[in-house]
Design a protein around this ligand. Structure first.
Ligand SMILES: [Zn+2]
Length: 286
């Protein structure tokens, strides 16, 4: 019984935002680990970003929040003694881009053009991107090349992926969970564009997938997540076309093969609700 409660408590903790950790008097879990070559992963509790260390400075990505960014900036100075020259946002959501101003003294801030619009409109607490692009952009610093690609709308309408060709790493945030189902009820989601954007990522050349949450993955995890989305959408659409309500279809939807994936226990019912909302938005009832 004690163990069971402990597990429930741990699960509840996993859903709390970062400030809660400080409120509880626990320091956030922050860590830097090397993925491969020049590319490292930065962890702040349940959020991750990546950065590349080149002889001419550092290419950083999502700052996550101001405290995390200050910690990272001090660590980068201590470990590498190089300034951050570029700061690239994966998409506009606050929990990934907050704190960009910490690096703005030395870095050029880059994002998709729609991310800049949303950062301004939503008043995100971060540095406003100075350089934006629509489809593709390549950055070169100290002999290191990073390719930034907009793969279409998915989770947000401004998510970009970063490819590090030398290390064969792809950084993609929030729209390709690794062996995990989708977040809650698909907030800020675009369908069926999301599926198309995953196919574009599947056509790219890389081995390691570095997500914004959870463990590192491989290229094959992209197709696995696309198949999950397609299966979920297929079943929700089928029952909707049969005239079933959301409550009627919930117990009928069978995707037990994903039970071992992250988030299944807490979010599977919410995934059905979100998918139902999107399916219904794009069909005409009979
Ligand atoms: Zn997001």
């Amino acid at each position: 019984m004690v163990m069971r409660n402990f597990a429930v408590w741990l699960m509840a903790l996993a859903l709390l935002p970062a400030p809660f950790f400080q409120a509880l008097g626990q320091s956030p879990k922050r860590e830097i680990t090397r993925i491969a070559g020049e590319v490292y992963r930065f962890q702040n509790n349940f959020h991750y970003s990546v950065f590349a260390v080149t002889p001419a400075g550092i290419i950083a990505t999502d700052p996550i929040d101001a405290d995390a960014a200050r910690w990272l900036k001090a660590e980068l100075k201590r470990r590498f003694n190089k300034p951050v020259r570029f700061l690239i946002y994966s998409h506009d959501h606050r929990d990934h881009v907050a704190g960009g101003e910490v690096f703005a003294d030395t870095a050029v801030v880059i994002a998709h053009e729609n991310a800049k619009r949303d950062i301004l409109d939503e008043k995100r607490p971060t540095a406003v991107p100075e350089v934006t692009f629509a489809d593709r952009m390549t950055i070169e610093l100290g002999g290191t090349v990073v390719e930034l690609t907009y793969v279409g709308r998915n989770h947000s309408d401004n998510s970009i992926v970063l490819r590090f060709p030398k290390e064969r790493i792809l950084f993609a945030v929030d729209f390709i969970p690794v062996r995990s189902i989708a977040f809650r009820d698909f907030p800020d989601a675009w369908f069926p564009d999301w599926i198309e954007s995953l196919r574009r990522v599947e056509a790219m050349d890389f081995d390691i997938l570095a997500p914004g949450h959870g463990r590192l993955g491989k290229k094959e995890d992209v197709a696995l997540f696309r198949e999950y989305l397609e299966s979920l959408r297929g079943q929700v659409q089928k029952y909707a076309r049969e005239g079933k309500t959301l409550d009627e279809m919930k117990p009928l939807i069978q995707l037990g093969q994903y039970e071992s994936w992250g988030g299944y226990k807490n979010w599977f019912q919410l995934n059905i609700e979100g998918m139902y909302r999107m399916v219904q938005a794009n069909r005409r009832g009979n």
